[in-house]
Write a protein that binds this ligand. Structure first.
Ligand code: AP5
Ligand code: ZN
Length: 217
């Protein structure tokens, strides 16, 4: 399957993508994670992306699209993929369409995760991420690690993302509404959007997502 995951910051895209990718046996491709890996390796791309990410703004399309294309061209993405955080505006969606068209393939669904703003703000404020593996995500209240500041899964240090400050979250939400939400209309016109509520326990949301992807609604 080829799926795009969309939803506001903190809706649980990364959390759900990890589970869905495993169940559907497709790679989870997160442009946010790819940027953060470049930042921690201090690559040129990471240096460029950091200032945009820390301010809560989108990284310029040119570098983002090139990075996403490069990742989608890896052998493990041949049979399908779950895109998390890409595309994030209409020009990225058009670039993705072009790429898929040139390869004679199509998206199967755009999964839209809906969550109220006060809930996503709470989720982001309490999020803690593992330094060793960005798929290891905790929440101080909703899914606390057994030991404060230590990843249950690998013993890595848990940290709070730079862009999870209250002020930056406000910018990220605004960017979501003005730049990312329009892609839902873009994909709705192609009949690809399935919307689910992302509230409630993580497993319930995963179940809802799998059901919606199966039935296409
Ligand atoms: P990115 O990393 O994609 O961030 P985001 O879209 O803001 O989403 P988040 O990672 O904040 O949230 P999430 O929805 O994945 O939630 P999570 O599962 O962690 O992008 C970061 C930045 O990179 C962007 O701002 C931009 O600068 C740049 N960027 C990335 N892609 C780009 C692109 N295409 N173009 C340009 N720039 C780009 O969950 C959040 C918390 O809630 C966790 O603590 C989790 O444990 C908890 N939680 C999850 N589900 C539940 C639940 N059901 N109940 C209770 N708690 C839950
Ligand atoms: Zn870990």
């Amino acid at each position: 399957m080829r799926i795009v995951l969309v939803g506001p910051p903190g809706a649980g895209k990364g959390t759900q993508a990890t589970r869905l990718a495993e169940k559907l046996r497709i790679p989870h491709i997160s442009t946010g994670d790819l940027f953060r890996a470049n930042i921690s390796r201090q690559t040129e791309l990471g240096k460029l992306a950091k200032s945009y990410i820390d301010a809560g703004n989108l990284v310029p399309d040119e570098v983002t699209i090139a990075m996403a294309k490069d990742r989608m061209a890896q052998p493990d993405a041949e049979g399908g993929f779950l895109l998390d955080g890409f595309p994030r505006n209409v020009s990225q969606a058009e670039a993705l369409d072009e790429l898929l068209k040139s390869e004679g393939i199509k998206l199967d669904a755009v999964l839209d995760l809906e969550a109220p703003e006060d809930e996503v703000v709470k989720r982001i404020a309490g999020r803690r991420v593992c330094r060793k593996d960005s798929a290891h995500v905790f929440h101080v209240t909703y899914s606390p690690p057994k030991q404060d500041g230590v990843c249950d899964l690998c013993g890595g240090e848990l940290y709070q993302r730079n862009d999870d400050s209250e002020e930056t979250v406000r910018t990220r939400l605004e960017v979501y509404h003005t730049q990312t939400e329009p892609i839902i209309g873009y994909y709705r016109a192609q009949g690809l959007v399935v919307t689910i509520s992302a509230t409630g326990p993580v497993d319930e949301v995963t179940g809802r997502a799998l059901e919606a992807l199966k039935s296409g609604q």
